[in-house]
Write a protein that binds this ligand. Structure first.
Ligand code: SAM
Length: 396
């Protein structure tokens, strides 16, 4: 998160610096968690395309440090307030109350629970493992194993498996699954956007498939997959594909994601790999007929997948209807769309007035090796933004 824009960016950009997040993206994950309770019973996670690391920060703070945000944090706050009001936790309440005045007067200055330090009582989880992968180097974070690797390359699988099970991983093994599978795979992968929408959507979809293929290797049955998508015109084909391996697929747009951007997130729950399905990055999903159709479903609702001679994949989800009662007949299936994040939260597209005396904060974690580093060096060598102009040369 650089400072070159003199803090004229959106509220989340500034808030992230104030609250110690490495990037404003942290709020997207926090708002997704608010809606979907993503971290419930989660201990093993892979964070793909993780640099500079704000999503990993969220994972570290929730899973390692036991902090509660989102729905869990809100429920905790409610519980504490209830306890406080009922006077159940007398010892805690007593600490909050200022001593009575000498004249035996009324108790003063009662600090409300939500203002107390440590309202979010740490809840330590056992057996936590967080693996973060990115092309870019990432500064260390408590409890997070970071790997510098390309998620689209098959050589990343053994690296990831080793990072997940450093003590038991056998490099000679040909299996592409960890000994203990993971509960959640998240991916915020994005290419450097060119502004050419079709090209950007295509490159983004390649990252998404790569993330999904890695997720298929490591997820436990029932596990969750959350990934950034760009909503292009064929995005419903993607939803239909995801629906073959997850029992519930929804699309979400956190409030911190600009409405003007085509970005959204797929939230897939209940990983249910079809019988006999073997994940492989050598023959990845998305590159031909690699995904068998689950056959444990009753005949009437059985989806079918056909690869036409021209290579187009047609998916028919049969006549099932999902838990929300949305009809899914025919080859197209529209995933339920949810806007998430508290309505009182900042609007990422709005401009908020800043106080005149406001001081711009430094980035929480300057990029270790930003992709534009070389360009900056070259610009410096050339003597300015575009080298010297004719006018400058004449002045000299
Ligand atoms: N979630 C991150 C956070 O909270 O800090 C922000 C992720 S940023 C929007 C997108 C990241 O995708 C970049 O750091 C980029 O290096 C990474 N990326 C793009 N292509 C990749 C690839 N093929 N393999 C690994 N990482 C990739």
């Amino acid at each position: 998160m650089g400072k070159s824009s003199k803090d004229k960016r959106d509220a989340y950009y500034r808030l992230a610096k104030e609250e110690g997040w490495r990037a404003r993206s942290a709020y997207k994950l926090l708002q997704l968690d608010e809606e979907f309770n993503l971290f419930e019973n989660v201990t093993r996670v892979v964070d793909l395309c993780a640099a500079p690391g704000s999503w990993s920060q969220v994972l570290s703070r929730v899973l390692i440090q036991g902090e509660k945000f989102g729905r869990a944090g809100w429920e905790q706050k409610q519980k504490e307030t209830r306890e406080y009001v009922l006077g159940r936790s007398k010892s805690t309440a007593a600490e909050d109350v200022a001593p009575a005045s000498e004249d035996g007067g009324a108790v003063k200055d009662v600090q409300r629970p939500e203002k107390r330090q440590g309202v979010q009582r740490p809840e330590k989880r056992q057996g936590v493992r967080i693996v973060a992968i990115d092309l870019q180097p990432m500064s260390p974070l408590e409890g997070v194993t970071t790997l510098r690797a390309d998620i689209t390359h098959p050589s990343t699988v053994p690296l990831m498996l080793h990072a997940l099970d450093p003590d038991t991983y056998d490099p000679a093994s040909t299996t592409s699954s960890p000994s203990a599978p993971v509960d959640l795979v998240i991916s915020d992968g994005a290419p450097d956007v060119t502004g050419l929408h079709d090209l950007d959507i295509y490159v983004q979809s390649q990252l998404l498939w790569a993330a999904l293929n890695l997720a298929l290797c490591v997820l436990k049955p029932g596990g969750k997959f959350v990934a950034k998508i760009f909503r292009g015109k064929d995005v419903d084909l993607l939803f239909a594909q995801l629906k073959l391996v997850f029992s519930r697929v929804r699309v979400a747009k956190p409030r911190s994601s600009r409405a003007s951007s085509i970005e959204a997130f797929v939230v897939c729950e209940g990983f249910c790999p079809p019988q006999g399905f073997k994940p492989s990055l050598e023959k990845p999903l998305g590159a031909g007929a690699a995904l068998p159709v689950p056959d444990e479903k009753p005949e009437a609702t059985k989806p079918s997948r056909t690869v036409r001679p021209d290579g187009v994949v047609e998916i028919d989800l049969g006549d099932e209807s999902d838990e929300e009662g949305i009809e899914e007949g025919g080859p197209r299936w529209i995933a339920p769309f949810l806007a998430c994040g508290d309505l009182s939260a900042y609007d990422a597209d709005a401009t908020y007035a800043l106080p005149k005396d406001r001081v711009s904060l430094d980035p929480v974690q300057p990029p270790t090796a930003p992709p534009y580093k070389r360009a900056l060096e070259m610009r410096k060598l050339a003597g300015g933004a575009y080298g010297k102009t004719k006018g400058q040369e004449q002045k000299e």
